[in-house]
Design a protein around this ligand. Structure first.
Ligand code: IPM
Ligand code: MN
Length: 356
C-alpha cells in the first residue's frame, strides 16, 4: 500500500517524539512492504515565529493532500503567560480541526500491566480498565460565537453552541464503535443545567432506539468525573461534548499511569490526524527525556484508522508493551529501582524490536 502522510512536529517536545514515531512508521512500512512518503509542515508557535500564522495555508494544503497527519504537540509558555497575545499557537490546532472537519476525537484509555503501579489509583480499580472516550471536537464552547470582552474589558463571554446534526453524527459514530466493543455507551452531559446538554440528551434518546443491541446510560459530567476515578471499568464508550471531553480525558490518563501514554485519533470529513493527548511539555524540550510512547501509539492508530492496517497497528502496540516489560522507558514511567532511558533510546529499542 502507498502511505502518503503529513508530519507536523509542532512545538516543545513535538519534534523529538515525532522523530521516534516516524522511525517506527518507517520500519513498519519496510517490514510489511508499504511505500511510505511524507512531508513536513509547520504549525503552532514555531509557525507563528516563521510566518505569523499558527496554521498556515501551506500546512492546510499539505494536510488536505495527504492520507493521514501525524501531529506532535503545540503550545509555548511565552503565550500561556500572555493573555493579551493576539495570535496564539492553540488557534492553529483549532483551525486545523475545524478546516479538516475533525469532529470526532477518539481517545482510548487502557492500562498497561507494567504501569499499574504508577497510577495513584489502587491497582485493583484500574487494572483491566479499557474504554474509549469519544470527544466532540469542532463544536461547543471552543468554537461558539460570540466570544470576547466587553468594551471596558471587565466582562468576558464564551458561547456554547451545538446543532442537532453535530450531535447526531458523533453519537452514530460512538454507537458504531460500541458495537465493535462491549456494546455500552455512556452519554455524558450537564442536562440538568445546560440547554446544549438537553439537546444532546434528547437526540441521544432518539438515536439509542436505532441501536437496540447497545446499552445506553446517561451521566452528568460531574458524576462522570467521579466515576472515572472510582470505577473506571464500568465504561466502554464514553461520548461527550468538546470541553467536557478535554477535561475528562486528562483525568482519565491518570488511570494509565502517565499522560505520556495516551494516543488519539481525530477523524471526520477530510484527512484524519493522529496525535498524543499531552501537550508540548516545554520544560523538557530539547532534553531527549520526553516519553515518545503516546506518539508511537498514535502512529499505531494511524495504521489502523487511516489505512485499515490492523496487523501493523497491533505489532506497534506489541513493541510498546515489550519495551515496557523490558524496562526500557523514560523517567516518567520508570520504576523506582529501574533506570530511565532517553526518548531516542526508547525509540531505538522499539525500532530494533520491530526489525526482528
Ligand atoms: C487537547 C489540548 C487542546 C484542547 C489545546 C492545546 C487547545 O488540550 O488536545 O486536549 O484543549 O483541545
Ligand atoms: Mn486537553
Amino acid at each position: 500500500m502507498k502511505l502518503n502522510i503529513a508530519v507536523l512536529p509542532g512545538d516543545g517536545i513535538g519534534p523529538e517524539i515525532i522523530e521516534q514515531a516516524l522511525r517506527v512508521t518507517e520500519v513498519v512500512c519496510e517490514k510489511f512492504g508499504h511505500e511510505l512518503s511524507y512531508e513536513y509542515g509547520i504549525v503552532g508557535a514555531s509557525a507563528i515565529d516563521q510566518v505569523g500564522n499558527p496554521y498556515p495555508d501551506g500546512t492546510h494544503e499539505l494536510c488536505m493532500a495527504s492520507d493521514a497527519v501525524l501531529f506532535g504537540a503545540i503550545g509555548d509558555p511565552k503565550y500561556d503567560n500572555n493573555p493579551s497575545a493576539k495570535v496564539r499557537p492553540e488557534q492553529g490546532l483549532l483551525a486545523m480541526r475545524k478546516k479538516l472537519g475533525l469532529y470526532a476525537n477518539l481517545r482510548p484509555v487502557s492500562t498497561f500491566p507494567t504501569l499499574v503501579h504508577k497510577s495513584p489509583l489502587r491497582s485493583d480499580l484500574v487494572d483491566g480498565a479499557d474504554f474509549m472516550c469519544v470527544r466532540e471536537l469542532t463544536g461547543g464552547m471552543y468554537f461558539g460565537r460570540p466570544q470576547g470582552r466587553s468594551e471596558d474589558g471587565d466582562t468576558a463571554y464564551d458561547t456554547c453552541v451545538y446543532t442537532r446534526e453535530e450531535v447526531e453524527r458523533i453519537l452514530h459514530l460512538s454507537y458504531k464503535y460500541a458495537q465493535m466493543r462491549r456494546k455500552k455507551v455512556t452519554v455524558v452531559d450537564k442536562a440538568n443545567v445546560l440547554a446544549t446538554s438537553r439537546l444532546w440528551r434528547q437526540v441521544a434518546q432518539e438515536i439509542e432506539k436505532q441501536y437496540p443491541d447497545v446499552e445506553t446510560e446517561y451521566m452528568f459530567v460531574d458524576n462522570a468525573a467521579m466515576q472515572i476515578i472510582q470505577w473506571p471499568k464500568r465504561f466502554d464508550v464514553l461520548v461527550t461534548e468538546n470541553l467536557f471531553g478535554d477535561i475528562l480525558t486528562d483525568e482519565a490518563s491518570v488511570i494509565t499511569g502517565s499522560l505520556g501514554m495516551l494516543p488519539s485519533a481525530s477523524i471526520g470529513i477530510h484527512t484524519s490526524v493522529f496525535e498524543p493527548i499531552h501537550g508540548s511539555y516545554p520544560q523538557a524540550a530539547g532534553k531527549n527525556i520526553a516519553n515518545p510512547l503516546a506518539t508511537i501509539l498514535s502512529a499505531a492508530m494511524m495504521f489502523e484508522y487511516a489505512f485499515e492496517l490492523k496487523e501493523e497497528g497491533k505489532l506497534i502496540r506489541e513493541a510498546v508493551n515489550a519495551s515496557m516489560d523490558a524496562g526500557v522507558v523514560t523517567e516518567d514511567i520508570a520504576s523506582k529501582e529501574g533506570k530511565a532511558y532517553s526518548t531516542s533510546q526508547v525509540g531505538d529499542w522499539i525500532v530494533n524490536y520491530l526489525k526482528r
